[in-house]
Ligand binder design. Sequence first.
Ligand code: SAM
Length: 240
Amino acid sequence: MNLLLLQPEDLGTHSDDINRVTLSDWRAQHIREVLRASSGDTLKVGLLNGLIGTATITAISNDKVSLEFELHKPPPPKLPLTLLLALPRPKMARRIIRAATELGAAEIILLNSYRVDKSYWQSPLVSDETLHKAMLEGLEQAGDTHLPILQRATRFKPFVEDQLPNLLKNKIGLLAHPYADQGPPHSVSQACLLAIGPEGGFIPYECEKLIAAGLQSFSLGPRILKTETAVSTLIGRLFL
Ligand code: SAM
């Protein structure tokens, strides 16, 4: 945890308490047991979807940590990236969403695809609650406070035909596909939608539909990367 993320509901409403907070959940435990912090120590702090700043520990006990904090600067900017990600295997989804959040994706759309097992959508490992927690972890790691927008497109064809063209207005659209003839663009500075396929890859029909909607396919070369590796490599290669 490189940033202690405060939630609006942690904050008092009385004006005397506006810059003070007492934590008694896993964050207090983390401050005590992992950071081994003590009274007077300072921590980097941020308010969810708000500013970042510094907190000073004013009291620490076995079950509580009290802090006084000041928020004065914006979090790092998001990448102008909408990640269109075929729903990964649930065991991997948390890690991939956390990594995409860490790297700064502004929006993540989980997409159904022929090779996405239908049962994946019902898994508690991809529930809103689980993925929200994964995104919070990504923010805490990266020192960010702004949650990416997370959406689900559970029907491939209606999404690609009816919604994707609108999403692509004022964006370049890219389809990462190991068998594409073209290599990757050097770097991307404008708003971009990047599609990444499922473990078994997009089927030819899906690639055709995505390309017809306006995506340009490209390959990183003959090595076929796992989705988890592909997400980090592609974001790093195109944006960082
Ligand atoms: N067996 C699948 C196939 O042959 O397409 C492999 C899919 S791979 C595990 C998951 C996704 O990662 C792909 O659909 C693609 O979006 C991305 N990916 C993996 N390797 C890539 C490469 N060399 N170039 C571009 N994209 C890649």
